[in-house]
Design a protein around this ligand. Structure first.
Ligand code: BES
Ligand code: MN
Ligand code: ZN
Length: 495
């Protein structure tokens, strides 16, 4: 897919489809006016008829309007002209792109030069267009006999807004495309079934990524090596499975060797049956998505390399399959984590925290500047937030604040929950240093409290993406979140 700038006047551009904005109450944008004037008022006739009123995200396609250079003109509703927020703009772009993806149009031009987003600049709008375009081009067909028909559009051009520097817009087009592609990589890994996407598959995927990017080094730890490190907690999760657990270590070197890295840790449970504390059958298939945190880390690492970010980043994936079996961990079993802390397993379905805690101890060796873990950790996060926002808990206010800010900036929001001392005692155990569950209440918070016992040596934030990482129902599928947030955060860090 090719993205470029074309600042020519809207009515003079030869294209298979020109996209122009119509504001609320049928007010024509400057570009719409220009096309209208050379096409015998083909646009104002429609807006005056009342058939198309410029509601946000509304679309109307005009075929071969007489007098136009463009073979088609797509009217795109922008809503209230003075109130086009970033969220609105993204929504409108998605509506337009959905229509375009169904057309037989090789080249499409977005005539957005006069569109002003209230809380962003024109450079942002260009980047958002390419990100949304890539995102919406994603189709899953890996395990279908009938492959999807290719989307006809091969190139999209955009008119720059007055005042945006050309080089900045060009950069934004590239960055947005890289982020969109990374989101799709995360979606693809998430959507693959548990019998294909195993811990070994994720490891292979990480190695393949390292082979594509010179800045990335990957190494894989198997169960033997993890046992030698004392990772009894992580290994207690894979004990019931025939699939070998893997700790995947990916390192992006974009700065001097002694520059302390930013660390991402992903939960990579490639299928979560619950183990001996078996889950009920309904919707258990969705537990193939229990590695979406891992997918977001792999995809973000690829994007960081593609963008050549001038920082050091370490991505760790704690991957295992949670199965019942004769060797599976049982409720009441006590295991010893890499940190030395003993853990009483009261519920084998609280396995995410068990694989993460050893990975979180492992990363101490990097003296990280910050550690962010990403995990589909609790059903409670789904109940609390639904699909729209990821849960954030942190032991460092400045880190939490910046994640909130960057989430808002890239429209991949997070909302903070308290990590207060009062909740810690819910994890008390009569037989070990800590229990792996905190009871039925405040599940997202007590899960984070558990992790916090292993993150005392550095600045740490936890993202519970159980609600945001995939859609259920007829649109079942991974969303690729929170790749956009992670890239936005890393893009704004210094070496
Ligand atoms: N992977 C699940 C969390 C989950 C459940 C995400 C449903 C999305 C939808 C996690 O491993 C889990 O099972 N958590 C338990 C913890 C409980 C046993 C303390 C949960 O949330 O029910
Ligand atoms: Mn579980
Ligand atoms: Zn799980």
């Amino acid at each position: 897919m090719k993205y470029s700038i074309n600042s020519g006047s809207a009515e003079k551009i030869n294209t298979d489809c020109a996209v122009v904005v119509i504001w609320a109450k049928g007010v024509l944008s400057d570009e719409a006016k220009l096309i209208d004037s050379v096409t015998h008022r083909s646009i104002s006739k429609i807006t005056r008829s009342g058939d198309f009123i410029g509601k946000l995200g509304e679309t109307h396609l005009i075929h071969s309007p007489a007098g136009a250079k463009a073979k088609r003109v797509l009217l795109l509703g922008g809503g209230d002209r003075k109130k086009l927020t970033a969220k609105d703009a993204a929504k409108a772009l998605r509506s337009g792109l959905r229509v375009i993806n169904k057309l037989n149009a090789r080249q499409v031009h977005f005539a957005l030069g006069s569109s002003v987003v209230t809380d962003r600049d024109g450079v942002w709008l260009a980047g958002r267009l390419t990100q949304e375009s890539e995102d919406l081009r994603y189709r899953y067909d890996h395990t279908k006999s009938k492959k999807n028909k290719a989307i006809a559009t091969k190139s999209i051009s955009i008119a720059t807004t007055a005042g945006s520097r050309r080089t900045n817009v060009e950069q934004a087009l590239k960055t947005g495309q890289a982020i969109g592609k990374a989101i799709n990589r995360a979606k693809q890994l998430g959507n693959l079934p548990g019998n294909i996407c195993t811990p070994s598959y994720l490891a292979k995927e990480a190695v393949a990524l390292a082979n594509r990017h010179r800045s990335i080094n990957t190494h894989i730890l198997g169960e033997k090596q993890m046992a030698r490190l004392g990772m009894g907690s992580l290994l207690s999760v894979s004990a019931g499975s025939a699939e070998e657990a893997k700790l995947i270590v990916m390192q992006h070197k974009g700065a001097k060797a002694d520059s302390r890295p930013y660390v991402l840790v992903g939960k990579g449970i490639t299928f979560d049956t619950g183990g001996i504390s078996l889950k009920p059958g309904a919707a258990m298939d969705e537990m193939k998505f229990d590695m979406c945190g891992a997918a977001s880390v792999i995809a973000t690492m690829g994007c960081v390399a593609e963008l050549k970010l001038p920082i050091n980043v370490v991505g760790i994936i704690a991957s295992a399959e949670n199965m019942p079996g004769s060797k599976a961990t049982k409720p009441g079993d006590i295991i010893t984590s890499m940190s030395g802390k003993t853990i009483e397993i009261l519920n084998t379905d609280a396995e995410g925290r068990l694989v993460l805690c050893d990975a979180l101890t492992y990363v101490e060796r990097y003296q990280p500047r910050s550690v962010i873990d990403i995990a589909t950790l609790t059903g409670a996060a789904v109940a609390t937030f639904g699909p729209h926002v990821s849960a954030l808990l942190s032991n460092h206010d400045a880190l939490a604040k910046s994640l909130r800010k960057y989430g808002e900036q890239c429209l991949d929001p997070v909302w903070q929950l308290p990590l207060w001392e009062e909740y810690q005692s819910m994890l008390n155990s009569n037989f070990a240093d800590i229990a792996n569950i905190g009871g039925p209440r405040a599940g997202t918070i007590t899960a984070a409290c558990f992790l916090s016992r292993f993150t005392e040596k550095y600045h740490w934030a936890h993202l519970d993406i159980a609600g945001s990482a995939w859609h259920s129902g007829t649109n079942k599928g991974a969303t690729g979140r929170p790749v956009a947030l992670l890239v936005e955060y890393l893009r704004n860090q210094k070496a």
